[in-house]
Design a protein around this ligand. Structure first.
Ligand SMILES: Nc1ncnc2c1ncn2[C@@H]1O[C@H](COP(=O)(O)OP(=O)(O)O)[C@@H](O)[C@H]1O
Ligand SMILES: O=P(O)(O)OC[C@H](O)CO
Length: 499
């Protein structure tokens, strides 16, 4: 009998918006709904979201996309969830109400807790066992903060009344009306509580942070049926895929095998390289994290991020007024033959991997009387590519692997100049897919595979088309000269802020 369930819905719960996207069986988008929600900044450096608003906006996008497309929920074979990672929700298991707002990955309130843990000598243990750097970015210390600071929270947690989840877990709990408390390996690996060697919650870290194990979700693969989403009169849909957004994009870019990598060019850049069954510990401060292999199995990946990428372009537009729109940058950059010796190091919030210098600050160097606005715009775009090369070089060296091609996605990949310069700088092909909604697509693929909409990953590969491949054209000497200039510029930006 021919099956009638021909679609998958991806719920893409990001830092600033909730989205629902319907894909058909050849991975074409049939509809999209999106809702923004409030960013809450109670103090400098603190960032929160209201979990009920996350749930309400996400639920609304699901209803809206079904209504908009006229697709009946009966025709939806599965839901896949992908989410902003690390963001922490703690809620009461009986009432389903959060005890506090979600503490967002960007929130720095637990920096001091991290310092205390470091002083207790835990940094190496964290790195070896969770693959992460001991930092406020990850969920562990955020849970501890809630238990320590919300009235009666610790007592309730000790009595088994509270549950913890990253956003995937929270959404599954809500969608299943409190029946299912799960997460997947990729999200678990961002909590700083999950041991990526044994693939179990790490009892020593739970003890150190005083977090009861009973609060934690069950950890499952990224592609299986976790439970049924209850849609009231519209029936039920199996929830069959979960992955953190960067890992979902890696899967959506078909990087299931060792040595494959993607770079997402948004506000910042997120680079991930699949290292297969090989767990690589970085010598350059990259993170080791969990990703998804071709058959849904757990793989390891290296991850590095660039703090300021598309954000530099926003700065050119909003603070300097050099451009009207981000899209104009390519045109201006190509009006000049080269950077004329100008380099912009966008260390506005310090430098991440492989430098890890919180005291570095933004620097514009190499200015001469001939330098003009186009050179500065060009230097800003080139800086995105240089920073990505810094991270990629570190990754390739750590993993002992050489990339065949870099898959790219995110808002800034529309810029052909940037993409060509990236290919030239890494001397590797840069592949831009036609469909750049790779995060949502990854979640849809994981869910569709679990329910048999697709039989295997070869079928997925057949659904994807390449928009453009940028081949390196620059000669070796020019590349070396330009990159040397960048490295010199980076040294000028470092150790600037007094400390
Ligand atoms: N043509 C372009 N050239 C360079 N940067 C661009 C271009 N178009 C958009 N951007 C940058 O890409 C970012 C938006 O990409 P997006 O993937 O939506 O980011 P995020 O998910 O982080 O919000 C912005 O920072 C913007 O400045
Ligand atoms: O919601 P995004 O796309 O900003 O992604 C956030 C990352 O998952 C944080 O680790």
């Amino acid at each position: 009998m021919p099956h009638t369930k021909r679609y998958v819905v991806a719920l893409d719960q990001g830092t600033t918006s909730s989205r629902a996207i319907i894909f058909d069986e050849v991975a074409q988008i049939q509809g999209l709904a999106q809702r923004d929600f409030a960013q809450i900044y109670p103090h400098a450096g603190w960032v929160e979201h209201d979990p009920m608003e996350i749930w309400a906006t996400q639920r609304a996008t699901l209803t809206e996309v079904l209504a908009k497309t006229g697709i009946d929920s009966e025709q939806i074979a599965a839901i896949g969830i992908t989410n902003q990672r690390e963001t922490t929700v703690v809620w009461n298991k009986t009432t389903g109400k959060p005890v506090y707002n979600a503490i967002v990955w960007q929130c720095r309130r637990t920096a001091e807790i991290c310092e205390q843990l470091k002083a207790r000598g835990l940094a190496d243990y964290v790195q070896e066992n969770t693959g992460l750097v001991l930092d406020a970015y990850f969920s562990g210390t955020k849970i501890k903060w809630i238990l320590d600071n919300v009235e009666r929270a610790r007592e309730q947690a000790n009595n088994g009344e509270l549950l913890f989840g990253t956003i995937d877990t929270w959404l599954v709990w809500k969608l299943t009306e409190g029946r299912v408390h799960v997460t997947d390996y990729t999200n678990a690996s961002r909590t700083m509580l999950f041991n990526i060697n044994s693939l179990q919650w790490d009892q020593r870290l739970l003890d150190e942070l005083d977090i009861p194990a009973a609060m934690l979700p069950e950890v499952k693969s990224s592609s299986e049926i976790y439970g049924q989403a209850r849609l009231g009169a519209k029936g039920e849909i199996p929830i069959a895929g979960i992955a953190g957004d960067q890992q979902a994009a890696l899967f959506g870019q078909l990087c299931f095998n060792k040595g494959m990598a993607k770079n997402t060019y948004g506000t910042g850049c997120f680079l991930l390289m699949n290292t297969g069954q090989q767990k690589v510990s970085s010598r350059h401060g990259l993170l080791t994290t969990l990703a998804v292999g071709a058959r849904g199995e757990v793989n390891y990946a290296l991850e590095g991020s660039v703090f300021m990428a598309g954000a530099i372009i926003q700065w050119l537009r909003d603070e300097l007024g050099l451009i009207r729109e981000a899209d104009d940058t390519g045109y201006f950059a190509e009006k000049v033959a080269d950077n004329n010796g100008v380099y912009l190091v966008p260390a506005f919030v310090g430098l991440g991997a492989p430098y890890w210098d919180p005291y570095a600050r933004g620097t514009l160097v190499g200015l001469t009387r001939g330098a003009n606005r186009n050179h500065i715009i060009r230097a800003a775009l080139e800086a995105i590519a240089y920073q990505s090369r810094d991270v990629l070089d570190a990754m390739q060296e750590d993993a002992g692997l050489v990339l065949a091609a870099l898959k790219v996605d995110g808002g800034a990949v529309a810029n052909d100049f940037l993409m060509q310069f990236q290919a030239d700088m890494i001397n590797t092909r840069v592949v831009r897919p036609r469909q750049t909604e790779t995060t949502a697509m990854g979640a849809a693929f994981l869910a569709g595979l679990a329910v048999g909409l697709w039989q295997n990953t070869e079928q997925l590969a057949a659904t994807l088309a390449v928009d453009k491949t940028f081949k390196p054209k620059m000669n070796k000497d020019t590349r070396a000269r330009l990159y040397h200039g960048w490295q010199k510029a980076v040294t000028r930006s470092r150790d600037w802020e007094e400390h």
